[in-house]
Design a protein around this ligand. Structure first.
Ligand code: NAP
Length: 307
């Protein structure tokens, strides 16, 4: 019989890292799994995180590394394994990866979210050939060239700002005439002479043959179509929770987020959720970190009760 952990944490984004730190300090026998090559979750593709207290202007990669180094100092690091399935067996949580089967008394799901796709022709076919979901990862390939960012949230505006410093010209295509991004970012964007905002426009097709040549958009108000002659298309239209593997295991809301409040408690006893993967109104590093701490506090209470 394999050993039974007090807790298995899935995910090494800010929520998972914070949970690992709290679990280590609480003396829980913990296994921490993550499939990524570097800790930090979504922030590793963020050029600059400027709203995490005490770390003004830090890069997402550096913040992820600093957080993981903190956990390591307390004796815990993520094991790099991709979870295939989770299930319940005689009150224990069973986590299967390609290599192993693990057992625990409690499970914390902190697997975050992934980029939403546009689902238009050319997106799939030209992936990696000019279509990207990460400006900080791929922006350098577009030095002195042209690019378009699709979206109107914080990610889209941050991407446009980042690309404006590299590219000759950047378009920002948004489906409405108002950005969703924070005002401080909008103000910075308006100061960029090489950024053109394309309002009320819906992307129809990404064109190119082995390399992107442009994006066709339609103005939703006038019906007019416009072809943007660009080398790169950066898609930043939000996130979708990574909950596919947890269907039928925990309750989710209509958008696929795990139904759990601030304490991280789900409808399945002994299963907890933290960070972007759970139902919440503000998905930020600071709220994810707080989720990790709250969830471990709930887990400690649960373990005491079950003793
Ligand atoms: P988001 O806030 O959900 O914004 C997604 C944007 O894409 C919206 O403007 C939306 O338009 C647009 N959109 C969605 N589906 C679309 C479609 N099919 N076609 C065209 N446009 C579409 O997503 P995000 O910017 O990735 O941010 C995710 C979360 O992370 C947010 O909570 C955000 O605040 C947070 N975040 C924070 C920071 C920071 O604080 N520095 C940085 C990055 C992300 P509508 O506006 O019309 O809905």
């Amino acid at each position: 019989m394999s050993e039974v952990y007090d807790l298995i944490i899935l995910g090494a984004g800010p929520a998972g890292i914070s949970a690992a730190i709290y679990a280590a300090r609480a003396g829980l026998h913990t296994l921490w799994l993550d499939k990524q090559f570097a800790p930090g979750g979504q922030i590793i593709s963020t050029y600059e995180v400027d709203n995490y207290p005490g770390m003004p202007g830090i890069s997402g990669m550096d913040l992820g590394e600093a957080m993981a180094a903190h956990a390591k100092k307390l004796g815990i690091s993520p094991v790099r394994e991709n979870v295939l399935s989770v299930e319940e067996e005689a009150g224990e949580k069973i986590v299967r990866t390609k290599k192993n089967t693990y057992r625990a008394k409690t499970l914390l799901i902190a697997c975050g979210a992934s980029h939403r796709k546009l689902g238009i022709p050319g997106e799939e076919e030209l992936g990696g050939m000019g279509v990207s979901y990460c400006a900080t990862c791929d922006g350098a390939f577009f030095k002195d060239r042209t690019a378009v960012v699709v979206g109107g949230g914080n990610t889209a505006v941050e991407d446009a700002l980042f690309l404006a410093g590299i590219c000759r010209k950047v378009y920002l295509v948004h489906r409405r005439d108002k950005l969703r991004a924070d005002k401080v970012l909008q103000d910075r964007l308006m100061e960029c002479a090489n950024v053109e905002l394309v309002w009320d426009s819906i992307p129809l097709e990404i064109r190119g043959n082995e390399q992107v040549t442009g994006l066709l958009v339609r103005n939703g108000k006038t019906g007019e179509e416009r072809f943007l002659d660009v080398d790169g298309v950066f898609i930043a239209v939000g996130i979708v929770p990574n909950t596919e593997k947890f269907k039928n295991f925990v309750q989710m809301d209509e958008n696929g987020y795990i139904a759990a409040g601030e304490e991280g408690v789900t409808n399945t006893p002994g299963v907890f959720a933290a960070g972007d993967i759970r139902t919440k109104s503000l998905r930020q590093v600071v709220t994810a970190v707080s989720d990790g701490a709250n969830a471990v506090y709930s887990i400690q209470k649960y373990l005491l009760k079950e003793k």
